[in-house]
Design a protein around this ligand. Structure first.
Ligand SMILES: NC(=O)c1ccc[n+]([C@@H]2O[C@H](COP(=O)([O-])OP(=O)(O)OC[C@H]3O[C@@H](n4cnc5c(N)ncnc54)[C@H](O)[C@@H]3O)[C@@H](O)[C@H]2O)c1
Length: 279
């Protein structure tokens, strides 16, 4: 897909990867709707973008934990982008929806509360399907639309020290695959972003459940800046590539995992012992 003139929605855009994605797509000529539960951050991103190009960004303060929050975001964004689009297919509304908002709540099965499990599933998984539910009717009618989600390398491998993160990010990858195989022949494109460490509040601010889980991510390889990730994502979307791996080594890790799961699990147990000691 082309970014110039496109109507794009990015969730979780008050900071981190989402903000960098919104800025990148905007720099490439898109009109953007930035959504987040954090009002101050998301308004400041939209203000910056409108200062660069008037009427090119809208902030939507939305809690995407609920179906209603997602429905309202899709409707508000569709209306705004239909009025402010400027491409060849201007009045068409949302061309790309980027479900990037995520939470790192929870850690071990014994110590994670039911509320934290619910929060992880609501934001990391259900928000994707709720958004898709309201996006698909228009996309299928016009036979064109692009859904991208941010899962994680943890959705292909595992997140040591966080059961909810591992499980929900696997579900996010599965949902993206399912969308692609089900609607790909009807004009709906899908990509899934699976980074390892990225220098954001989630990684550095202890938002990943247990701070030692962040140590595992940091020790697994290079920690990228959100802007680097955004550049890689834009290229991958231009190429309409499904799996986006800003850390290419994740592909090798996944190959080793699927080739011999027992060996991979033994290696992961060793890594866990190194970080968490004997539990
Ligand atoms: N930072 C990393 O190392 C890393 C690695 C792999 C995947 N990810 C994923 O990248 C995505 C972006 O995270 P980030 O690293 O930029 O961290 P971040 O904490 O800066 O961004 C997450 C954003 O999601 C928003 N959000 C959370 N719950 C929400 C809700 N209910 N409604 C609306 N918005 C909500 C937050 O307010 C925040 O702005 C997440 O899905 C995360 O799981 C991050």
């Amino acid at each position: 897909m082309e970014f110039d003139g496109a109507g794009v929605v990015v969730t979780g855009a008050a900071g981190g990867i989402g903000e960098a994605l919104a800025r990148r797509f905007h720099a490439l000529g898109s009109t953007v709707v930035v959504a987040d539960v954090l009002e101050k951050g998301v308004r400041s991103v939209a203000d910056d973008l409108n200062a660069i190009r008037p009427d090119s960004a809208l902030a939507v303060v939305a809690d995407l934990r609920s179906e209603e929050g997602n429905r309202r975001l899709v409707e508000t964004a569709h209306e705004y982008l239909s009025q402010h689009g400027r491409g060849s297919d201007a009045k068409s509304g949302i061309d790309l929806f980027f479900a990037n908002a995520g939470v790192g709540t929870g850690n071990f099965v014994e110590s994670t509360s039911e509320d934290d499990w619910d929060l992880a599933f609501d934001v990391n998984v259900h928000a994707h399907r709720w958004a898709a539910k309201y996006l698909l009717p228009r996309w299928l009618e016009r036979r064109r639309g692009y859904f991208c989600s941010t899962a994680s390398a943890a959705g292909l491998l595992a997140q040591i020290g966080s059961a909810p993160y591992s499980v929900t990010k696997h579900a996010a990858v599965a949902f993206a695959e399912w969308l692609s195989l089900t609607y790909g022949d009807r004009g709906v494109r899908v990509s899934c972003l699976c980074p390892q460490g990225v220098n954001t509040r989630m990684l550095s601010g202890g938002d990943l459940g247990d701070s030692r889980a962040g140590d595992v991510v940091r020790s697994a390889g290079v920690v990228l800046e959100p802007e680097q990730v955004a550049h890689i994502v834009a290229e991958a979307i231009l190429a309409e590539q499904f799996l986006i791996l800003p850390h290419p080594e994740v592909h090798d890790f996944e190959t080793k995992k699927t080739a011999d799961r027992d060996r991979w699990l033994a290696g992961m147990r060793k890594l866990q012992r190194r970080v968490f000691g004997d539990l």
